[in-house]
Design a protein around this ligand. Structure first.
Ligand code: SAM
Length: 332
């Protein structure tokens, strides 16, 4: 069965006939389908409730980063509403699936939403997917989901890959809170104004950025937020050239420009939040101590000792140390 125990239980209570419940207890029996659809997929016999929209997360690169349940659902639904049917066809073929699809992208989402509601009214089940990751997250989907829910149909999320969470999981950021922003405005003025609003927030800031804007975006980030913040650039996650690089924000532009390949692909940017008190300011004694220690000790040890001696925040000192190290290597 494709349902988790919880889902299966609530579903069983709400919708299934006696014979369908029998089937759930004894999956060898064929149900007489009342409100249920069944199909065979590569993974075996499947049953899913009809009149349901499934919001299915797909991989962000590596085609195997998709859950078994997502594959089951894609195999079992009547129609897949896909952001780009060619991209989804590629995914389906990779997993030996074939399915009727309809295009559902930013420019036709309203019209598609009505078509999907009609399908649900006919007792069909539909899966919504985007090109990569979780639908509705910097991706189309929210209009469709809203309309379907408003019309009283069930929307079931099928969780999976998401670039922001993937980046956060491997960045080793110790602060517990983050703010997912997604894409900043594309033009300089609105982007800088938006960054000004975010500047004082203490949370790790999570941005998506496209390769053709990465340099200008980085310049604005450093200009508005200051060069000392810690930045993790997570590029091409789950793909061949996956890169996860942490540095001071002031060094990021130089790092990107040092190798044109580093500017290619898809980016998640994770920026440390504003320090409480005076943003980015480190007292003189702490700065002097850190500079002295950095002459003889590895970076982490120097930061740790400087923090202990001065009482200054370890994060601030770490960002400063990265900036000083970058400055030193540029001056060589
Ligand atoms: N819905 C997706 C999700 O759940 O993450 C996001 C889709 S959004 C249109 C595409 C952006 O996500 C890219 O421009 C990039 O910023 C980020 N992204 C997607 N895949 C990525 C990857 N493999 N590595 C790094 N960033 C990625």
């Amino acid at each position: 069965m494709i349902h988790t125990p919880d889902e299966q239980n609530s579903y069983t209570k709400q919708k299934t006939s006696k014979s369908a419940r029998q089937f759930m207890k004894h999956p060898g029996l064929l149900p007489s389908t009342v409100g249920l659809k069944n199909e065979r997929s590569t993974a075996g016999f499947r049953m899913i409730p009809s009149g349901t929209l499934y919001v299915v997360a797909t991989p962000i690169g590596n085609l195997r980063d998709i859950s078994l349940r997502a594959l089951d659902i894609l195999a079992a639904v009547d129609v897949i509403a896909a952001e780009d049917t060619r991209t989804t066809a590629h995914l389906l073929t990779h997993h030996s699936l074939a399915k009727k699809m309809m295009a559902s992208h930013r420019h036709n989402e309203c019209a598609t939403a009505k078509k999907v509601v009609n399908l649900l009214a006919q007792g069909k089940s539909v899966a919504l997917v985007t090109d990569a990751g979780t639908p509705g997250i910097s991706d189309p989907g929210s209009i469709l989901v809203t309309l379907v829910r408003d019309q009283g149909y069930k929307v079931v999320p099928i969780p999976g890959a998401n670039a922001a969470v993937c980046a956060l999981s491997a960045a080793g950021i110790v602060t517990p809170n983050f703010l997912f922003y997604g894409f900043l405005p594309v033009s300089v003025g609105p982007r800088r104004r938006e960054l000004e609003k975010l500047k004082s927030l203490p949370h790790t800031l999570v941005f998506y950025e496209a390769p053709h804007r990465i340099l200008e975006c980085m310049a604005d980030l450093a200009e508005v937020l200051g060069i000392r913040r810690q930045l993790t650039i997570a590029r091409e996650l789950t793909k061949l050239f996956e890169t996860i690089h942490t540095c001071a924000l002031g060094d990021a532009l130089g790092w990107l420009q040092a190798d044109v390949n580093r500017q290619k692909g898809e980016f998640v940017l994770l920026l440390s939040g504003a320090e409480s008190g005076n943003e980015g300011e480190i007292n003189d004694k702490a700065q002097r101590t850190l500079k002295l220690l950095l002459k003889d000790l590895p970076l982490k040890q120097a930061v740790g000792l400087a923090a202990e001696i001065s009482g200054e925040s370890r994060n601030k000192l770490y960002a400063l140390a990265l900036a000083l190290k970058g400055e030193a290597s540029r001056n060589k």
